[in-house]
Write a new protein. Structure first.
Length: 186
């Protein structure tokens, strides 16, 4: 018998970072939508924006690092392939719900983005069950980055946030088209 402890390959740094991001999403949403909470009674609303923005930046940075570390250190797992997109979707969903509550973003733009996200997630599940490749395209990665930048700008109430959101809508719809096209090509 070996004296080395049994190691769980799913309990690696990339998966821990993805789980951390999953926990940050509701915390960010709380700072955005629960502004009447007694805990925040003496806070200026801009501080709630700052904390939500800080949480969002931390979560976005962990998104970059969990993927980079997983690829570089060869720590990609099936669990990670589920956790990473789930964490991304939860973070984006929390941001968009908060922005609608704060009346800082077009509900129609957010509807278009979220509809595409749900549709493509369903299509990816079908594709995986059929043994088809569902890796993210470059357009999908760019779309995620632009969505996150737009959410950051809108959370902080900075200029050009709404314009960035509509650019994100265009990229989101285009990358959705690419997924559908590639699915039918395979």
């Amino acid at each position: 018998m070996s004296n080395t402890p049994i190691q769980n390959k799913n309990l690696n740094l990339p998966n821990i970072l993805a789980m951390f991001r999953i926990l940050l999403a509701p915390l960010m949403l709380w700072f955005m939508i629960d502004r009447d909470n007694i805990l925040f009674a003496t806070w200026d609303p801009s501080w709630l924006d700052y904390f939500a923005g800080l949480i969002f930046v931390i979560a976005s940075v962990t998104d970059f690092f969990d993927g980079y570390i997983a690829r570089t250190w060869d720590q990609m797992t099936k669990l990670g392939s589920i956790l990473d997109p789930l964490a991304d979707k939860m973070l984006v969903l929390a941001g968009f719900i908060g922005l609608i509550v704060l009346d800082r973003a077009s509900a129609f733009a957010i509807f278009l983005i979220l509809s595409r996200e749900f549709f493509i997630t369903g299509l990816r599940v079908v594709a995986v069950s059929e043994g088809k490749d569902v890796s993210a395209s470059m357009a999908g990665k760019v779309k995620t980055v632009v969505q996150m930048i737009a959410i950051g700008f809108l959370t902080m109430n900075w200029p050009f946030g709404e314009e960035l959101l509509w650019i994100a809508v265009a990229l989101t719809l285009y990358s959705g088209y690419e997924y559908v096209r590639d699915y039918f090509k395979q």
